[in-house]
Design a protein around this ligand. Structure first.
Ligand code: AHM
Ligand code: MG
Length: 338
């Protein structure tokens, strides 16, 4: 499977091959993956030019079509809403960037899936040229027909039929699962295609890294402080100390830990009693991916995928990554606080 031998597996071919092994699949879910891949390419093209916008947009910040230059997160949100809303495969959308549900444009057919996305996660990293990402989550609709409703998007993460993310890093990668392994594709810029580069990703059982914003240390509970001390190596009888890596971009921090092994935490603190990250747009899709790669995700006390969502933008503490490390943190939290 290499360019040199002339054999490449595009995302399209890979999905078709997977489908052939599941003859009852209708292909609709697969098509949704291509739709996200297209959205990712549009966003990636804009991100690559991000540093040039001030240079190129100097004439009153308008581009050649006379449109105003948008902030990248607004651009990414519009691009994804546009791609996903005109497929006939989706009945309703929800985005981290929008307070309310996003309906399908009038006159367009309603499909049987509900999709949620965080169009540009870690966007504070854009200005300093560090990695950012897009996260997506897909459910089968619950409402019978017509426009999708809140009930279609407010489902526990265990009911996701697919989840994935795109990382806009030193290369652009799309990683997804439909419940049958976790697979990674790298965008070949010369072909404009996502090529299979990481089939069947498995997260190491024990990680090398821990990723957490330690500037919040003084605002954490005693249990969280103790767990992080464990990750530092303060309790060598319980857990071996780890190396620290924190970008402040969930997709990038998660991706490193998925490939190299590690644990990411965004715990509750005295300012943010439910942590910072959103259950529907960030925690659930990453939790589905990590579990299908052999890892674990918890809010400290409960499995993320079992949480019952009550509101679109609900937040949750998140502890996610290599199974044995997540179990260590959950055990410390239970013993100290539970
Ligand atoms: P965003 O969706 O507004 O970009 O915020 C989410 C980001 C995550 O990517 C990242 O894990 C976290 O915020 C970092 O937060 P902090 O700066 O508090 O460490
Ligand atoms: Mg986000």
């Amino acid at each position: 499977m290499s360019m040199l031998s002339g054999t490449v597996v595009t995302i399209e071919r890979f999905i078709l091959e997977q489908e052939r092994q599941h003859p009852d699949a209708t292909g609709e879910l697969s098509n949704l993956m291509y739709d996200f891949a297209l959205g990712a390419k549009i966003v990636a093209a804009a991100i690559r030019r991000a540093g040039l916008i001030n240079v190129l947009g100097s004439a009153g910040n308008t581009n050649v079509q006379g449109e105003e230059q948008q902030k990248l997160d607004v651009f990414a949100n519009n691009a994804l809403t546009n791609v996903m809303g005109h497929t006939g495969r989706v009945c309703v959308m929800a985005s981290e960037e929008d307070e309310e549900l996003i309906p399908i444009p009038p006159g367009w057919p309603q499909g049987k899936y509900a999709v949620l996305f965080d169009p540009l996660d870690g966007s504070s990293n854009i200005d300093v040229n560090a990695a950012v990402g897009t996260i997506f989550s897909i459910y089968r609709r619950r409402s019978m027909d017509g426009q999708g409703t809140l009930a279609d998007v407010l489902q526990p993460g265990s009911r996701q039929v697919a989840a994935g993310y795109v990382i806009y890093g030193s290369s652009v990668m799309l990683v997804y699962t439909t419940g049958n392994g976790v697979h990674g594709f790298t965008l070949d810029p010369s072909l404009g295609e996502f090529l299979l580069s990481h089939p069947n990703i498995r997260i190491p059982e024990v990680g090398k890294y821990y990723s957490v914003n330690e500037s919040n240390f003084g605002r954490w509970s005693k249990g969280t402080q103790r767990a992080v001390r464990g990750l530092h190596g303060d309790f060598p009888d319980l857990i071996k100390g780890k190396n620290s890596r924190y970008i402040g971009s969930l997709v990038a921090d998660f991706h490193r830990n998925l490939i190299a092994g590690g644990i990411f935490m965004y715990p509750a603190d005295s300012k943010n009693p439910n942590g910072k990250l959103r259950l529907a747009y960030e925690a659930n899709p990453m939790a589905m991916i990590v579990e299908h790669a052999g890892g674990a995700a918890t809010n400290g006390l409960e499995r993320i995928l079992d949480l019952e969502p009550l509101a679109l933008h609900q937040r949750t503490p998140l502890v996610i990554g290599s199974r044995s490390d997540v179990e260590f943190v959950a055990r410390v939290l239970r013993d100290t606080e539970g």
